[in-house]
Design a protein around this ligand. Structure first.
Ligand code: SOE
Length: 382
């Protein structure tokens, strides 16, 4: 097994998830982390040798095989370009960038310079999502007619809930769709193998202003501060998005995305109906896949490697009955990505690369344009 050296930029909620998943792979040495403040202290806290406050210095001194970008969206482009120009493979958090132009340039550079890249669309690596993909590929569903579902969360429900994702200069013009709707359209396209061609989207911002904490508060921490520790700021990005899609084969789709749906912590659902049968998957019950029929009893496919397809088995580490979930999707995604990085293999794999990251940004861009214009918008060919 090839041993690869890795550096991580950004140690928030998701940077920590990357470290944990990489350690579970067994063949990755996390040599350094980069964060703007208290870098060595942070490195020590994660049991990593060195901490840097400047990502350029880290990449120049450590010369890693791979860099993971776990920072806010506005720095993805700069870090990814700097790494690729030094021949370093990049694993970037989604969405790939803050703007469509940045994503286009990153995908172009990766392609023309043969750099192995990846975007962490981790939901592809739920075993039942890969099982759904195998079923669609086998023709079991017939022609896909409808693709529906959505992604609901409540971590931005209160006016004191705050994150850099609420600031368009950092996050981009879309918030809820770019952050979590992008996961939904990613699994919809991955499972069906179909591309969305146009979109009609509607946005709503339920809280036009929020209280920004003047002291640091980590995402999902649930920490509340005193009145005087908040500053009132206007919110211009969407809390909620409904979108209709048309797919290349004529299938129609719709999704509902919200970061203010009380009680729904982090639920993504996908429902497909075809000319032969249907399927439904829910991340809150991620080890099961519902299969629906007209002429026979419905079925539930459970996560059991002895029963599932070869493709689904590639993302399973434990026997049936031993539940695998969200952190396992990171491990399985990184396992697939590191296989390609070790082999310097830039061909298409199950994981998303920068061309897929660009594709998703083209969809985000069309969603924003549609919400602004109030009409159907064609998705840029990416
Ligand atoms: C916040 O909405 C977030 O952390 C997303 O950015 C992740 O992609 C998702 O997995 C969980 O929620």
């Amino acid at each position: 097994m090839d041993r690869l050296r890795t550096c991580i930029v950004g140690i928030g909620f998701v940077g920590a998830a990357h470290i944990e998943a990489l350690r579970r792979l067994g063949n990755v040495e996390i040599c350094a982390v980069c964060t703007r403040e208290n870098a060595q202290q942070t490195a020590d806290a994660y049991g990593v040798m060195r901490g840097y406050e400047d990502f350029r210095q880290m990449l120049d001194e450590e010369k890693p095989d791979v860099v993971h970008i776990c920072t806010p969206n506005d720095s993805h482009y700069e870090i990814a370009m700097y790494a690729m120009q030094r021949g370093i493979a990049v694993v970037c958090e989604k969405p790939l960038s803050r703007t469509l132009e940045e994503a286009r340039a990153l995908a172009h550079y990766a392609k023309t310079h043969n750099i192995v890249t990846a975007v962490n669309f981790n939901c592809r690596f739920y075993p039942q999502i890969l099982e759904a993909k195998s079923l669609v590929e086998s023709g079991a569903l017939g022609n896909i007619r409808t693709i529906s579902g959505g992604y609901l969360q409540d971590w931005l429900f209160q006016e004191t809930d705050y994150s850099w994702r609420l600031e368009p200069e950092v996050s981009g013009e879309s918030r809820a769709f770019a952050d979590i709707g992008s996961h939904w359209i990613d699994i919809a396209e991955t499972v069906t193998g179909l591309r969305a061609t146009e979109v009609f989207a509607d946005f709503e911002t339920f809280l036009p202003s929020r209280k920004k904490p003047l002291k640091p508060v980590a995402s999902f921490s649930g920490v509340a501060l005193k009145q005087e520790d908040y500053q009132e700021i206007p919110i211009t990005t969407e809390d909620y998005c409904t979108a209709l899609f048309r797919f290349e084969n004529g299938a129609i789709g719709n999704c509902t995305v919200s970061q203010m749906h009380a009680g729904r912590k982090n639920q993504i659902q996908l429902s497909l109906s075809g000319s032969k049968s249907s399927l439904f998957w829910d991340s809150d019950n991620s080890n099961e896949l519902w299969l629906g029929y007209r002429e026979q009893f419905n079925q539930t496919a459970i996560k059991d490697p002895t029963l599932l397809s070869p493709l689904a088995r590639t993302a399973i580490a434990y026997p049936g009955g031993h539940v695998e979930g969200y952190p396992d999707t990171f491990k399985q995604a990184f396992r697939a990505m590191y296989g390609a990085i070790a082999a310097k293999d830039t061909s298409k794999h199950v994981f998303a690369d920068f061309s897929d990251g660009y594709r998703k940004m083209a969809i985000v861009d069309a969603v924003v344009k549609s919400a602004k214009s109030g009409g159907w918008v064609k998705i840029e060919e990416a």
